[in-house]
Design a protein around this ligand. Sequence first.
Ligand code: ADP
Length: 683
Amino acid sequence: MANLPILRFEEKIVETVEKNPVVVIIGETGSGKSTQLSQMLYKRGYTNSGVIAVTQPRRVAAVSVARRVAQELGVQLGEEVGFAIRFEDRTSEKTRIKYLTDGVLLRESLSNPELDQYSVIILDEAHERSLNTDILLGLMKRLIKLRASNLKVLITSATLDGEKVSRFFSSCPILTVPGKLFPVEILYSSERPKNYIESSLKTAIDIHVREPEGDVLIFMTGQDDIEKLVSKLEEKILGLAKGSCMDAIILPLHGSLPPEMQVRVFHPALPDCRRFIVATNIAETSLTVDGVVYVVDSGYVKQRQYNPSTGMYSLDVVPISKVQANQRAGRAGRTCPGKCYRLYPSMVYHDDFLDATVPEIQRSSLAGSVLYLKSLDLPDIDILKFNFLDPPSSESLEDALKQLYLIDAIDDNGSITSVGRTMAELPLEPSLSRTLLEANECGCLSQALTVAAMLSAETTLIAGRSKSTEKKRKHPPSDLPDGSGWGDHIQLLQIYEHWDQTDYSVDWCKDNNLQVRGMMFVKDVRKQLSQIMQKVAKGSLDVRTSERWKESRQAYRKLRNALSVGYASQLAERMIRHNGYRTLGFKSQLVQVHPSSVLRTDEEGMLPNYVVYHELIATSRPFMRNVCAVEMSWVMPILKKLEMININKLSGGSSQSEERSEGENSILLKKDVNTGGPPEDRD
Ligand code: ADP
């Protein structure tokens, strides 16, 4: 810690912060921005008038950095230093430095628009350009005007175009912390490999056999690739003749690892033992692993991309940007000169890679964000001119407005409704929030809370979530009551209810290939959602939220109905001739039921005529994931509403494209049109 580059600039940083409400700090990854800035200001008494908030786009980073800072200050995590991520709050009255995801800070601003509990807000990792950080940047502009005398905002980044952000904040000062990077030799492959896992394996083994000591960091695209490469590496290294090279330890690193596995990368290596860290892009800038001398860069990243014209998400493996490639290489030069093996030719780097990664705001569904901004409804904020560093496309804004209209969150003039306001208070995507409110109305809130919690934690439920285990969910625990034939949501409900009946048995989870940790998380999320519902639904809460399991066809039917209301833009109709479905949303397209679904695609007659789906994903072809049967009589009124949509009216009288006028970065949203909201599972 003592020799972190940022510490040499402490005086300058503190002085600049003292004199300016907003400061941009650019510093190489690992220079100490995330761990030290908060401590510097803490030492100078900035927490006498409020808490220091430090936002992170990723949950893992919020937890890991908070843990580190607590350790450095010698305090218990959750006391002076704490963290808050969605569904997990480890802070207390004593907390003075709070690490939190950008999504959680956005949510806090709903109940406290001036965020006056904070004396300092540090937007960390701004270069990641997460959707939520981009929205926060816009909000900070307003807060600075309102609280100029008692709020400091710091924006930190490893690579961000500092000038652009500085201009955004009326030319605020930019401080650059030069890193002390050692030279990194870049070695290019002569061609792109056919299989980057095999090629990474070969390169890693070559390094192990030929190169002197130093850890190896290998960038893969996701958990599946990481698991494959880890097991291949283990096998190969075991096969090397004993004594021919030093010992090795192989550590995976990705966002879904249990925390105790994540922190293993921070433990110092044993002498004469090389560490192989096989990581996602989380190790690019979010987490700094010390001791790395060799980097193997596949040149790819897995990116979630939303297509507003089809409503479809795709999780594509795409080439990284030049900025990412340079970040990856930089990881090799932190402690001594290093080497970066790029598994692609230099021409690919120069000609094919984009200069910078496309910001998330330009590749996400904006329904949640639009609803969020609409619900802020601040008298002094000019929502008509909400400023984005880079504006989203008018197509995705229109898509968001249509979605919100279909689920009654905004009326046909684009104004937020009372249903929309309540929805915005729930920490869930709009469709799921709407489902809960509907379920509350029709008396199946208990079941809907379970499904919402199961869906929120789905990725952590199945032990070893690989393609083959995902299929296993198709075969539900054998002793489930009949009813899962209605679809995946009902099956998720039944799994939980059954577990609840066993009094949360650990053995039952193990017998059914479910992760105990994941199921406990669902239980906790369900409890929290239930408490939030108590608050937001005020007097009108369905009292049966804690009702215990009772198999009921009636409740399943009500739940399916509530889902059709919440997911009104995600309905599909059976097309027998195509052995699939036609989506009934804004743009009709042919889709299939995902093979992981409980709805048996292999048994023709079993498929329902109408379904609601949780998500449309494009892999080899368009698939609906998490599908459930609905009834025609529920679908018809929605189709009518769909026909009536007048986008001009929804967007406040003129089309979005005409509304862009205030300089290149501003987008005009009518007062009663709004934008924004925390998507997916970042927070
Ligand atoms: P930056 O934000 O500039 O990327 P950080 O403040 O995250 O830098 O990291 C500074 C140093 O602290 C690095 O050497 C990093 O390895 C170390 N560090 C960060 N988090 C942890 C942790 N949870 N455990 C141990 N070391 C950590």
